[in-house]
Structures are given as C-alpha cells and as structure tokens.
Design a protein around this ligand. Structure first.
Ligand SMILES: [Zn+2]
Ligand SMILES: [Zn+2]
Length: 137
C-alpha cells in the first residue's frame, strides 16, 4: 500500500512539472484514484520521498503550508502576492550565494531556498489591460 502511494505521488508530480501542491492538495488528487486512502499515508509517503530526494519539499514563508515538487535541484521560487501562484525561477543564482556564504563563514551550505514575492507577469498584464480599459486609452 505504502509503495503504491509513493508511486502515485511521483507519477502525479511528474505529470505536472512546475506544480507546487501542498500535502492536502496531493491527497485530494489521489483520493479519487485510491479508495480508502488516508491523509496520514500521503503525508508519510511525502516525507519518505523527500528524504530519498525523489521529490523536494519546501516552505515559502511562515504562513505557507509545505509544498512539494518533482524538481529536486535547488532553485528559487517566485510567489505572486496577487494570485498566489508559485513559479520556478530557473536561473542558477543559488550557487553564487552558496559560495559567498561558505567563503565568508567557513560553513558548508547543503541547501538554499530563496523565495521572491511580487506580482507575476500574468497579473501585471491583467492590471495594465484594466487600466487601459478604465481610461479608455
Ligand atoms: Zn499572479
Ligand atoms: Zn519549484
């Protein structure tokens, strides 16, 4: 049963690259396919998969629930404060920070997580459209 849950989670995340669901959302998706599935099984499977580095779990901010994704390489995220969507930032800037911190402190950085907050390009486009419409430009 547990193996089944793990496989289903990996399959679900693989089908949707760039998706960052919470444990609750993953559970909602699998519930229909796996009758009798308990939330605790999903939660335990997520913890196991994260420690096996098959998926990545991260928190965006203190108010946000933990999210999971299939992209396990360390990468920054962008969270839109308007629509709440979370985007992957596929630019290799983590490494520069990592080396800087290591050189300055002598610590070894094993993981870095950066989240940028702002307005996503889609919300920005909608805002501009609205301004244009409201002002009848
Ligand atoms: Zn947005
Ligand atoms: Zn991501």
């Amino acid at each position: 049963m547990k193996r089944g849950v793990k496989n289903q989670i990996v399959k679900l995340l693989k089908e949707r690259p760039g998706w960052h669901p919470t444990a609750r959302i993953i559970y909602e998706h699998l519930k229909g396919k796996m009758p009798g599935l308990a939330f605790s099984s999903v939660y335990r499977a997520l913890l196991a998969l994260s420690s096996e580095k098959k998926i990545r779990g991260f928190t965006l901010d203190s108010e946000d629930e933990k999210r999971y994704e299939i992209y396990t390489k360390s990468h920054p995220h962008f969270k839109c404060t308007e629509c709440g969507r979370v985007y992957d930032i596929d630019i290799d800037i983590n490494l520069a920070f990592k080396e800087l911190v290591e050189v300055h402190t002598g610590h070894i950085v094993k993981d870095v997580h950066i989240t940028y907050f702002g307005i996503c390009n889609e919300c920005l486009r909608k805002k501009v459209k609205k301004i244009v419409k409201d002002n009848d430009v």
